[in-house]
Design a binder for this molecule. Structure first.
Ligand code: NAD
Ligand code: DAU
Length: 353
């Protein structure tokens, strides 16, 4: 028995792979292109483990996919691979179209050909799980109900539009070809191994480096934060017991404004690693130009996955953010290895000198 995971050297995929390999002996084949966001250091503790095979490659490469599927005969494919950063999608959408749409299409076609050739219980029990985002639903007003599985899609950024397109392809491959698919739409994740282009790791690392903490616009935008290990547990549960063709919203019931998140991180750092001058890290907060088309509020109604599959997040924002800040303080080597070269080019482009 084995499973094939794509994008397993990224933030969520990497956490999923680490958890899977410590919880199970089942072989996991990890296909990742190793873009700027993919990092083998995240998987360093798996060295020598015989239930993890890493393959560098593209989800758009149908020949490679056919070979891997034939060789390993996985019982499931879990698709994490994507271009995932909204700001990068605004600067340059083409990689998002290529990987998130065309790549998912090629992956679906390779998996469909493989699944068609299966028979009996192998065919019946096979699953394709597509990992997606709450951003496909667009933005909420202050008093709107949180996104549920029947909220209409209204993506606003090149990133969310490309993820919405991939969700539609997955849905159509089930409806038309019968491919046994499951889709999860999750809110903002945070936790260990998060690439520091995203708000939470960026703020932790900039604070420690004495740099500005950039807040887009008025900082009153709201996100619904989920600790990454809780997301990984939700995916395992959906894979195990999700109903075919269904989508499941996954969220943390943790709506926070960006300013509250950043102030919270500053307060934790003030406690765990006080500034040499005794002042608060919050003094480094700097308001910068807003993100174009910035979605104001995301919030997830996660009652379906709780009701049908019994999944609930284990971490509150307070416990999860403390673990996260501590993890970055304890893992400076991982941080230093990724904050050079192309990372510096990105921060210069996005935030200026
Ligand atoms: P990430 O950017 O940290 O990692 C993406 C990984 O995919 C990287 O390892 C990268 O090398 C790999 N990859 C990119 N293009 C590829 C390709 N063409 N072929 C193979 N591998 C490729 O992303 P993440 O934050 O871990 O997100 C993982 C998935 O979860 C994405 O599909 C994203 O849309 C979704 N998601 C993310 C969040 C979040 O808060 N980060 C929330 C909900 C859903
Ligand atoms: O909602 C799920 C999505 O969450 C995922 O699908 C995406 O892959 C993931 O990147 C994330 O998207 P966001 O755009 O919400 O995350 P980001 O960390 O980039 O930004 C969080 C909020 O913080 C957002 O309102 C923009 C703001 N922000 C971000 C950065 C990087 C700032 O104010 N300053 C910053 O420097």
């Amino acid at each position: 028995m084995s499973i094939l995971v794509t994008g397993g050297a990224g933030f969520i995929g990497g956490n999923f792979v680490l958890d899977w390999c410590s919880l199970s002996d089942e072989l996991l084949i990890n296909l990742d292109k190793l873009t700027y966001a993919g990092n083998l250091d995240t998987l360093a503790t798996l060295k020598g483990r015989d239930n993890h095979v890493f393959v560098q490659g593209d989800i758009g490469d149908k020949t490679l996919l056919a070979k891997l599927l034939k060789e390993y005969k996985p019982r499931a494919v879990i698709n994490f691979a994507a271009e995932s950063h909204v700001d990068r999608s605004i600067h340059g959408p083409s990689d998002f179209i290529e990987t998130n749409i065309v790549g998912t299409f090629n992956l679906l076609e390779a998996v469909r050909a493989y699944w068609n050739d299966l028979s009996g219980s192998d065919k019946q029990e096979f699953r394709f799980l597509h990992v997606s985002t709450d951003e496909v639903y667009g933005t909420l007003g202050e008093t709107d109900e949180p996104f549920s599985e029947v909220t209409p899609y209204e993506p606003n950024s090149p990133y969310s539009a490309s993820k919405a397109a991939s969700d539609h392809l997955v849905r159509a491959w089930h409806h038309t070809y019968g491919l046994p698919v499951l889709t999860t739409n999750c809110s903002n994740n945070y936790g260990p191994y998060h690439f520091p282009e995203k708000l939470i790791p960026l703020v932790i690392l900039n604070a420690l480096a004495g740099k500005p903490l950039p807040i887009y616009g008025d900082g009153q935008q709201i996100r619904d934060w989920l600790f990454v290990k809780d997301h990984c547990a939700a995916i395992r549960r959906v894979l195990e017991a999700g109903r075919l063709g269904e989508t499941y919203n996954v969220g943390g019931w943790n709506e926070k404004t960006n300013l509250d998140v950043v102030n919270g991180i500053c307060a934790l750092l003030d406690e765990l690693k006080p500034r040499a001058d005794g002042r608060s890290y919050a003094e480094q907060i700097t308001y910068v130009t807003d993100r174009p088309g910035h979605d104001r509020r995301y919030a997830i109604d996660a009652r379906k996955i709780e009701r049908e599959l019994g999944w609930k997040p284990l971490e509150t924002f307070e416990t999860g953010i403390r673990k996260t800040v501590q993890w970055y303080l304890d893992n400076q080597e991982w941080v230093q290895n990724i904050t050079s070269g192309s990372y510096r080019e990105w921060t210069a482009k996005q935030y200026g000198a």
